[in-house]
Design a protein around this ligand. Structure first.
Ligand code: ADP
Ligand code: MG
Length: 447
């Protein structure tokens, strides 16, 4: 058992691709660290470097305080479970599990003993004589796990071990796995692109993008305190609403977040409004989760109004897609798997919507309009349009609210919503979160 430390770990492949870019990471003994990120962000490469299967270009790896940079893979005492298990079809389950012990000079009696132990732990005792071809997907996954842990590794690495399972069994296997890897009590690094797995399995989660770690924290921190736009958009399902906005400060009165056709207004008595003072005139991205929107019957006291475009019934709740006249982050970008250079994402999100960029074609439908001084959107920092006036557009809404199924509105209705200001996130043009003091004052509370 050992703590794993990565220092400025970097891997550039001969093709010129830098798959891992100056990664610093500490995984404590017994801790389960999840590497979460889109396909191609470098997760598997990190594991291969730790296992010693590939040499790092630069940087260092330590186990238990001692450098292992020069230790060959077979001597690192690392166990790795891959996506495709790699079981030997012609060997029985028992032989598959015992296989890693064969070239480690373990006595036969001890070998049988260890196989029985892990088979018991993983509920495989009844299938020890079967061949992998006769097992279910979940059983095969457990055999791969058993084979990995039979050697009592110092470090346990898992690379998307659930991705080959049917959705129907994935949840139960995942919960079983969570229980097992926590009981093993070794430094574990678990790779996935699935945020549900990450949230459920990780003591901490490191969110990766393009070879770098964007944020490390507990699942709770990653979800509720995202430090950048990428993490905010990647973590959470349904996705966080992300809208382009501009900040306008009326000193001593209020801070206005201009969304286009509508504005959010924070009274000056709210510490958050004052904290925004230095951002006067700045273009920002506003984020709030679908849960932060609560329908209200009080249209005048509402923070946002939207026309319902689509209602997605999900059983106990419903996702209501609304048109609010805002400028959303295009869905294509929300997948965040596009190969783009650092900073380009924030650039795309933060810029005014031109028509040229193919990713932003959706934004081109928004036609800037002159505004009258008495209109709510009089700041004219954002282009504006009226959702009611353009009912024929194919858009499915720019904002999503999660509501109880029983109170879901109908398509075409106009809904008034209150927005929980404690759960409002602002990001600057570089995509970094703008720090705002915590407050529990409602947006529209008296000035
Ligand atoms: P992930 O596991 O997050 O999907 P990988 O670590 O497999 O990501 O890959 C990260 C990047 O490195 C990708 O751009 C991928 O194409 C590239 N890559 C991975 N393995 C190799 C390799 N052996 N040679 C060249 N490029 C590679
Ligand atoms: Mg991978």
């Amino acid at each position: 058992m050992s703590t794993v430390v990565l220092r400025q770990l970097t891997k550039t492949y001969p093709t010129g691709v830098t798959a891992v870019d100056h990664v610093d990471l500490t995984v404590a003994d017994g801790e389960v660290m999840v590497l979460l990120g889109p396909t191609g962000c470098g997760k598997s490469t990190v594991l291969r470097l730790i296992a010693g299967l590939d040499p790092a270009t630069s940087g260092h790896i330590e186990f238990g305080g001692a450098g292992v940079d020069d230790v060959p893979a077979r001597d690192r005492e690392v166990a790795m479970v891959f996506q495709d298990y790699g079981l030997y079809p012609h060997l029985t389950v028992a032989e598959n599990i015992a296989f890693p012990l064969l070239n480690h000079h373990v006595e036969e009696a001890e070998r049988d003993q260890r196989v029985r132990e892990v088979a018991d732990l993983l509920d495989l005792s009844d299938v020890l004589d079967k061949r992998p071809g006769r097992l279910s997907g979940g059983q095969r996954q457990r055999v791969a796990m058993a084979r990995a842990i039979v050697r009592h590794p110092r470090v346990f690495l898992l690379d998307e071990p659930l991705s080959n399972l049917d959705a129907a069994v994935r949840e139960s296997v995942r919960n079983h796995l969570a229980d097992l890897i926590h009981r093993l009590d070794v430094a574990t690094i678990y790779v996935t692109h699935d945020q549900t797995e990450a949230m459920c399995l990780g003591d901490r989660v490191a969110v990766m993008r393009q070879g770098r770690i964007e944020q490390i924290g507990t699942p709770e921190e990653i979800y509720s305190d995202p430090q950048c736009l990428f993490v905010a958009a990647f973590v959470g399902s349904p996705r966080m609403n992300l809208l382009q906005a501009a900040v306008h400060i009326e000193p001593g009165r209020r801070a206005v977040v201009d969304l286009g056709a509508q504005t959010l207004s924070l009274p000056w008595s709210n510490a958050r409004a004052r904290a925004l003072a230095t951002h006067h005139g700045a273009r920002v991205t506003v984020g709030f989760r679908p849960d932060a929107l609560v329908p209200t019957g009080d249209a005048d006291g509402a923070d946002l109004h939207g026309v319902v475009r689509l209602v997605e019934h999900r059983g106990h709740d419903a996702l209501v897609h609304l048109e609010t006249g805002s400028v959303p982050t295009p869905h294509l970008i929300s997948q965040l798997e596009l190969p783009d250079a650092h900073g380009e994402l924030a650039h795309i999100l933060g810029e005014e919507p031109p028509v040229a960029h193919p990713l932003r074609r959706r934004l081109a439908r928004i036609v800037p309009q002159p505004r009258r001084a008495d209109e709510p959107g009089r700041y004219a920092l954002q282009p504006t349009y009226s959702p009611e006036a353009e009912p024929a557009r194919e858009a499915l809404g720019d904002v999503t609210a999660r509501v109880p199924a029983a109170s879901a509105p109908r398509v075409g209705e106009t809904v008034s919503l209150r927005l929980d200001v404690d759960h409002l996130y602002l990001f600057d043009r570089a995509g970094d979160r703008i720090a705002l003091p915590a407050t529990s004052v409602a947006l529209r509370e008296a000035v």
